[in-house]
Write a protein that binds this ligand. Structure first.
Ligand SMILES: CC(C)(COP(=O)(O)OP(=O)(O)OC[C@H]1O[C@@H](n2cnc3c(N)ncnc32)[C@H](O)[C@@H]1OP(=O)(O)O)[C@@H](O)C(=O)NCCC(=O)NCCS
Length: 215
């Protein structure tokens, strides 16, 4: 795993976040060099030496509505190109369009600098505008950093355990409550995608699309 120079202790102000664009495939592929097998295993629930090709190919399906991916890019001045140091994505559930699977991956040297939180918050902001009320997120029960991150963002969330997996249902608006420009409660849209009653019907689900890659 390539080591990047320590950016700075604490937060990561040199990182900007933007949606995945056509042309980013090689940039994301290069992120593999910054990932340990352990981080890859936690993200994909399988041993893989690099970001799976299926996952990289599926990023082309990002449509900025039903599928979104956000990149965290390092703006280090000594790097000729921006480096992808984090990626988070959601995939809307076709059967329950107010729900989407969520997954996050931050490069090892950049973890615990607030990047995961920033990615998820920005993703939630976009998801809320697109009628997504709930994220489903699976994590290994042994994945303490992910459990801590969920607990920090959603203190009330309680997972359902399925074998070695903890499945969370994470209300998007609970994360965004108090954020400027974001309503505290979901708004029903005329003819739109969000229906208030659906919130109660949402069931926990396996983030299958995000385990081995985006489906
Ligand atoms: C889980 C993961 C995405 C977290 O991203 P991150 O950028 O390191 O997290 P942040 O720095 O934004 O931290 C968010 C919160 O989690 C806490 N946290 C993160 N890592 C932690 C750790 N190792 N131990 C304790 N707390 C931790 C932070 O303290 C923070 O809480 P706070 O806001 O109350 O201070 C990252 O560790 C990762 O990519 N892991 C490998 C892949 C993975 O497990 N993905 C999740 C399953 S899809």
């Amino acid at each position: 795993m390539k080591q990047l120079a320590d950016p700075r202790p604490g937060a990561a102000p040199q990182v900007r976040i933007r949606p995945y664009e056509r042309g980013d495939a090689d940039r994301v592929r290069a992120m593999s060099a910054l990932l340990s097998k352990r981080s890859l295993y936690k993200r994909f629930f399988a041993g893989t030496p690099a970001l799976p090709s299926m996952y990289l190919a599926a990023l082309a399906k990002v449509d900025h509505h039903d599928r979104e991916a956000l990149l965290a890019l390092s703006e280090k001045p000594d790097e000729p190109e921006e480096v992808v140091v984090g990626i988070a994505e959601y995939i809307r559930d076709r059967a329950m369009p107010a729900r989407a699977d969520l997954a996050v991956l931050v490069a090892d040297d950049w973890q615990r600098r607030g990047i995961g939180r920033r990615l998820v918050t920005e993703l939630a902001r976009l998801a809320a505008r697109r009628g997504i009320a709930e994220f489903g997120a699976d994590t290994l029960v042994t994945n303490r950093p992910a459990l801590a991150a969920v607990n920090s963002a959603w203190p009330d969330a309680r997972p359902e355990r399925d074998g070695n997996t903890a499945a969370f249902r994470l209300p998007v608006y609970a994360l965004l409550a108090g954020t400027p420009g974001i309503p505290v409660k979901p708004q029903a849209r005329k003819g739109g995608e969000f229906h208030p009653g659906l919130h109660a019907q949402l069931r926990p689900g396996c983030a299958a699309g995000t385990r081995a890659g985006m489906a």
